[in-house]
Design a protein around this ligand. Structure first.
Ligand code: HEM
Length: 205
């Protein structure tokens, strides 16, 4: 039987729990500001703005911890994608998630000390952490200091375009989070990946 692996050091778990909790605040307040009727808001508008701003600043500072931790420890290596044959490996993993897992087949890319993520996790984590998070942080900070935004970009208002990009990336990250949580249930047991993120120890599959 494969051994338990210590894959999530304390700094990573702290980063992740702060990030996850703040994302829940951002999603609730963001949806409230975006969609609710101003006369009957989901969350009172001024409170939603204040909590959204505070949670956004915490996520941004926390992001620096993620980057520094990945640079300072070996964890960053798990985010380096080997592009040769990558697409084929993603299809194999998708086949497992959509079919093999439910038939009790073995995972095609079992977790090892050198391969913490399967190809699909690797691609989505890189996309979320190194593309979408920087985009949402930069546009969020720009909206917090709107004087830094160009008045007009082509025919459009700069603030409008920045807000559109910010909300669209927020939507993609929310989608990422839902799919991320669902796939996290496909470990050795439905709860084992969550236990791993709580204790640091990954249960072999
Ligand atoms: C309530 C919300 C969340 C839950 C329950 C959750 C759950 C988990 C679990 C169980 C793992 C370990 C399994 C694995 O390696 O894939 C994990 C890892 C990870 N999660 Fe989440 N997550 C949440 C929110 C988020 C959000 C909002 C982000 C980013 C925007 C995120 C990014 C990551 C990353 C990058 C890893 C891998 C960390 C590493 O080992 O380097 N998670 N998450």
């Amino acid at each position: 039987m494969a051994e338990r692996l210590y894959l999530y050091p304390v700094w990573l778990r702290l980063w992740h729990i702060v990030n996850a909790l703040m994302f829940l605040v951002l999603i609730a307040t963001g949806i409230s500001m975006q969609y609710s009727n101003p006369d009957a808001p989901l969350i009172r508008f001024d409170l939603a703005v204040r909590f959204h701003n505070i949670a956004g600043v915490i996520v941004s500072i926390n992001y620096l911890i993620f980057i520094a931790g990945n640079l300072a420890t070996g964890n960053g290596r798990h985010y380096r994608i080997m592009f040769e044959g990558y697409f084929k490996r993603v299809l194999q993993q998708m086949d497992y998630y959509l079919r093999g897992h439910f038939k009790g087949e073995k995972a095609p890319f079992p977790v090892t000390a050198d391969r913490k993520f399967n190809p699909l996790q690797q691609g989505t984590y890189v996309g979320a952490m190194y593309l979408l998070l920087p985009l949402i942080i930069i546009t969020g900070l720009a909206l917090l200091f709107p004087e830094t935004i160009a008045n007009r970009i082509g025919n459009f208002s700069g603030i409008y375009l920045t807000a559109l990009l910010h909300a669209s990336v927020g939507f993609l990250l929310s989608l990422f989070m839902v799919i991320h949580i669902y796939f996290s249930t496909m470990g050795a047991t439905p709860s084992s990946n969550f236990k791993g993120m709580a204790t640091g120890w990954h249960e072999p599959h």
